[in-house]
Design a protein around this ligand. Structure first.
Ligand SMILES: *Cc1c(COP(=O)(O)O)cnc(C)c1O
Length: 408
């Protein structure tokens, strides 16, 4: 993957990167300050359309909000996807502010507080229980409020998915209830005052290997079909997880969505239709929906040469876009795609290292990359910033002001 492929996603006109149909320089004036994050609604729509075209129509798309909780982004997606998955009380409030019906919002995550559980039950959203303690708390909240809570059981599968950037299922996990314990848990809790809609299995994240994802989905459907026999009512909610990855660095090959979709067609028409005819199959995506639709824009504050190496010092850094610095769970630091956004027609010209304004060597945004010669006040753009950007960064570190965020 070459940087120009990302420029192609956004487009360029007269050497300027275009975001939401506006030149970067003009957008920077519109925003009023750098650094900033910009998310392109046209690209968000194109991504949803691409998924809809590939996946079986019966599959519902859920947005995992933790990837990008900016309210405008969530509002935009709420009108285009079928469900929203939240992982905190604040995310739940953001989801409930949208047009998404409460019954289409689900709440996952270990360690939901008793207060968050009461809020979720009062709201009428689906609580994905991750332990028997949580199951008990949900039922008590329902009793107390005179409501029957909607519940799905998050299952820690008895298989692991290879090649995930982050594994979140298989083996011992803080996530979900171990698959082998689920029949007993259902016996004890399913008729104790909750409306158990079905199951959620999420095996891992950032997977670029379609056949591995497909295999995980097959095994998930097998597992849930077996567990379904222990549920007193038919399965109505079948959250198959997701884990669709996006390419971040040169060596990453984009996910073959059509291959993943082919397996989903097989499963929906075969075992799901036969064994769980009332179930809504759900694919839950964070970064695949939003990651490639966003950029992080910084301005060059200084340009200096130290013993033959050229440094571009920008006004942003790892405190806003930790992932690009390689400090968000990556084993090896690799460069995210980067361009000089107001000189986007020029692919190269010199080798430069882009560093942030923090006083730490960790604050490295691009190490020894080909860029057109950049000057002070030029705009350096880092791609793949639409997911786990600002939301996953240590904004308080060194006390700089927060960046702006815009949806264009
Ligand atoms: C984080 C998370 C997601 C989203 O992961 P992505 O890699 O961004 O798609 C989906 N489901 C659950 C349960 C999660 O915790």
């Amino acid at each position: 993957m070459k940087p120009h492929e990302h420029i192609a996603g956004f487009g360029t006109t007269d050497g300027e990167l275009q975001i939401g149909g506006m030149s970067l320089t003009r957008l920077a004036v519109r925003v009023g300050s750098t650094p900033f994050f910009a998310y392109d609604r046209g690209l968000l729509d194109a991504r949803v359309d691409r998924l809809r075209a590939a996946l079986p129509s019966r599959v519902e798309l859920s947005f995992a909000m933790k990837a990008n909780p900016m309210p405008a982004v969530v509002q935009h997606l709420a009108a285009r996807v079928d469900r929203i998955d939240v992982a905190s009380g604040l995310e739940m409030q953001t989801a409930l502010d949208t047009t998404m019906p409460a019954g289409k919002v689900s709440f996952a995550g270990p360690g939901k507080s008793p207060a968050e559980i009461r809020q979720a039950v009062a709201a009428g959203i689906i609580v994905e229980v991750e332990s028997t303690t949580e199951f008990g708390r949900v039922i008590s909240a329902g009793n107390e409020l005179g409501l029957t809570p909607n519940v799905a059981v998050r299952v820690n599968p008895d298989f692991a998915v290879k090649g995930s950037g982050m594994r979140m299922g298989g083996g011992p996990q803080q996530f979900g209830i171990d698959a082998e314990l689920v029949p007993d848990v259902l016996r004890d809790y399913a008729t104790a005052g909750a409306n158990v809609l079905g199951f959620h299995v999420f095996a891992g994240s950032q997977n670029l290997n379609a056949s591995v994802i497909a295999e995980a989905q097959r095994r998930t459907v097998d597992l849930v079909s077996a567990l379904a026999e222990h549920l007193p009512t038919p399965v109505r909610y079948l959250n198959l997880g997701g884990g669709f990855g996006i390419p971040y660095v040169d060596k990453d090959q984009p996910l073959d969505l059509d291959e993943v979709a082919a397996t989903l067609h097989e499963l929906v028409d075969g075992p799901i239709a036969r064994r769980m005819p009332e179930a809504s199959p759900v694919i839950e995506l964070g970064r695949y929906l939003v990651g490639e639709c966003g950029v992080y824009v910084t301005r060059v504050l200084d340009r200096k040469v130290s013993r033959g190496k050229t440094f571009l010092v920008v006004d942003g850094g790892m405190h806003h876009q930790l992932a690009a610095s390689g400090n968000f769970g990556q084993a090896i630091r690799r460069n995210y795609p980067v361009v000089v956004g107001n000189r986007a027609a020029l692919a190269s010209g010199e080798r430069a290292t882009v560093v942030g304004c923090l006083c730490t060597p960790l604050d490295l945004l691009a190490d020894d990359v080909e860029l057109p010669p950049a000057e002070i006040d030029d705009l350096i753009v880092i791609f793949q910033a639409g997911a786990y950007g600002l939301t996953a960064s240590p904004t308080a570190f060194l006390g700089h002001p927060p960046p702006a965020e815009v949806l264009v």
